[in-house]
Design a protein around this ligand. Structure first.
Ligand code: HEM
Length: 390
C-alpha cells in the first residue's frame, strides 16, 4: 500500500483538500496516511463498503480501551453514553428511541416553522455587508433543533459555545487547551441539561425531550447518563454540519453566479452535499482480522473513511470537480452509510432546501463582499465567515 504524506493543518490543504484526495486515490482504494498513522479509504467503493461492513465499528474494542485521562472525564462521560460511539445492542436501543422523532413525515411537519424562521432572519439582515454564516446559516439549524427537542431557543448562544468546544476534540489542530475547554463545556452542558430535565419532568409537551424523559422513567430503555448524552449529541450534531453545508453551498453558488431559482432544489442540495461536504473523515475499528483490498487489518486497527474523497471519485461522477446541479443524483457519502447513517439527514435536507430557496427569493441580488476562507478545523470543513451584501 502506498504511504502518503499530507499535514491536515497545512494552509493550502485546508483551503482545498481535493487535489490531495485525487492523488491519494490514484494509488488505489486504500492508502497509508502517514500524518494520521492510519490506513485511509479514499475511493467511493472502499468508503461505502467499509461503512457497511459489520466487521468494523465505532466502539473501541475492549482490550484496546485506554485508561481515561482525568482532565477529560466530563467529555469522555458524554462520549461513553453517546449512540454515535455505540455498537449493537446498545446502539440499536438508543437509535430506535430517537428515530421516532426523525421520520420523514415528522420532519416534513416542521416545514412551516423553518420557513417562518428563514423569513424572520432575513427581515433582520442589515443593509451593510454582514456575515451570513452568523446571521442565517447558523441560526436556522440551531433554533430548529432547539424547537424539535424542546429546549428554550434563548439558550442557543450557550449551546453553540458548548458544541464548538466539544467538537473541536475531533479536529487535527487539537491541543491541551482544546481538551480543557471541551471538558468544561461538557460539564456545563451536562449540568444545564440535568437541571432542565428535572424542570421538564412535571411539564410534558409534544417534543423529543418529553419522549426521552418518558423512556428514562420507564427504566430499562434509557439511563440518566444516556438521556443527557443523547440530548447533547442531537443538539450538537443537529447544527454543526448543517451550518457549514449551507455556508459552503451558498459560497459556491455566489462564486459561480448560480441562482437556485433556476435549479431543481432537491438536486441542488444533493450536489452541494456531494461537492463540498462539511465532514470529511470518520474512523472505524476492525473487530476481527480481515483482508480488504489487499490489506490485512488486525483486530483493533483503525481505518479512516474519507467521505470528502469518496464524493469526488471520477469512477462515480463525471468531472467530479465541476459543480453541476443538473447531474444525475447518485447517493453520496456525506451522511455516512450503514448502521450509523445520519439520523438527521431528512432534517438537514429540509433545512437546506428551504434556507436556499427563501434566501435567493428574498435577496436576488445577494453577492460576496469578501473572499471566503475555510477554517483550520480538518476534518470539519467550513468557512470562517461568509461576508455578503444582501
Ligand atoms: C448536512 C448536515 C449533516 C451532515 C453532513 C451529517 C453527517 C453525518 C454523518 C457522516 C454521520 C455518520 C458518522 C459515522 O458514520 O461515523 C452522522 C451521524 C449522525 N448524525 Fe448527522 N449530519 C448532518 C446533520 C444532522 C442533523 C441535522 C442531525 C439532527 C439531530 C444529525 C444527527 C446525527 C446523529 C444522531 C448521528 C449518529 C447516528 C448513529 O450513530 O446511529 N445530523 N451525521
Amino acid at each position: 500500500m502506498k504511504t502518503v504524506l499530507q499535514s491536515p493543518v497545512d494552509p493550502e490543504f485546508v483551503q482545498d483538500p481535493y487535489p490531495f484526495y485525487h492523488s491519494a486515490r490514484a494509488h488505489g482504494n486504500l492508502v497509508y496516511w502517514e500524518d494520521y498513522r492510519k490506513v485511509a479509504a479514499v475511493s467511493h467503493r472502499a468508503v461505502q463498503a467499509l461503512l457497511k461492513d459489520r466487521r468494523f465499528g465505532r466502539e473501541v474494542p475492549d482490550e484496546f480501551q485506554r485508561p481515561a485521562a482525568a482532565h477529560l472525564a466530563p467529555w469522555l462521560n458524554v462520549e461513553a453514553h453517546s449512540l454515535l460511539e455505540a455498537e449493537p445492542p446498545r446502539h440499536t436501543r438508543l437509535r430506535a428511541l430517537v428515530m421516532r422523532a426523525f421520520t420523514s413525515r415528522g420532519i416534513a411537519a416542521l416545514e412551516p416553522s423553518v420557513l417562518d424562521l428563514c423569513n424572520t432572519l432575513i427581515d433582520r439582515f442589515p443593509s451593510d455587508p454582514f456575515d451570513l454564516l452568523d446571521a442565517y446559516c447558523t441560526q436556522i439549524p440551531v433554533i430548529t433543533i432547539c424547537r424539535l427537542l424542546g429546549v428554550p431557543e434563548q439558550q442557543s448562544p450557550d449551546l453553540l459555545r458548548w458544541s464548538h468546544a466539544m467538537v473541536a476534540m475531533y479536529q487535527a489542530s487539537r491541543t491541551r487547551q482544546t481538551e480543557d475547554e471541551a471538558a468544561t463545556a461538557a460539564q456545563e452542558f451536562t449540568a444545564f441539561l440535568s437541571d432542565y430535565i428535572e424542570k421538564r419532568r412535571s411539564d410534558p409537551q409534544d417534543d423529543l425531550i418529553t419522549r426521552l424523559i418518558e423512556a428514562e422513567e420507564e427504566g430499562e430503555k434509557l439511563s440518566r447518563d444516556e438521556l443527557v448524552a443523547t440530548c447533547i449529541l442531537l443538539l450538537n450534531a443537529g447544527h454543526e454540519a448543517t451550518v457549514h453545508s449551507l455556508g459552503n453551498g451558498v459560497k459556491t453558488l455566489l462564486q459561480l453566479g448560480l441562482d437556485p431559482r433556476n435549479c431543481d432544489i432537491d438536486e441542488l442540495v444533493e450536489e452541494i452535499l456531494r461537492y463540498d461536504p462539511p465532514l470529511h473523515m470518520f474512523t472505524r475499528y476492525a473487530y476481527e482480522d480481515v483482508e480488504i483490498y489487499g490489506h490485512r487489518f488486525k483486530r483493533g486497527d483503525e481505518v479512516a473513511l474519507l467521505l470528502g474523497a469518496a464524493n469526488r471519485d471520477p469512477s462515480v461522477w463525471n468531472e467530479p470537480d465541476v459543480f453541476d446541479p443538473t447531474r444525475p443524483v447518485v447517493t453520496n457519502t456525506s451522511f455516512g452509510g450503514g448502521l450509523h447513517f445520519c439520523v438527521g439527514a431528512p432534517l438537514a435536507r429540509l433545512e437546506m432546501r428551504l434556507a436556499l430557496k427563501v434566501l435567493f427569493q428574498r435577496c436576488p441580488n445577494i453577492r460576496l463582499s469578501a473572499e471566503p476562507n475555510y477554517s483550520n478545523t480538518y476534518h470539519f470543513r467550513g468557512l470562517t465567515r461568509l461576508v455578503v451584501q444582501a
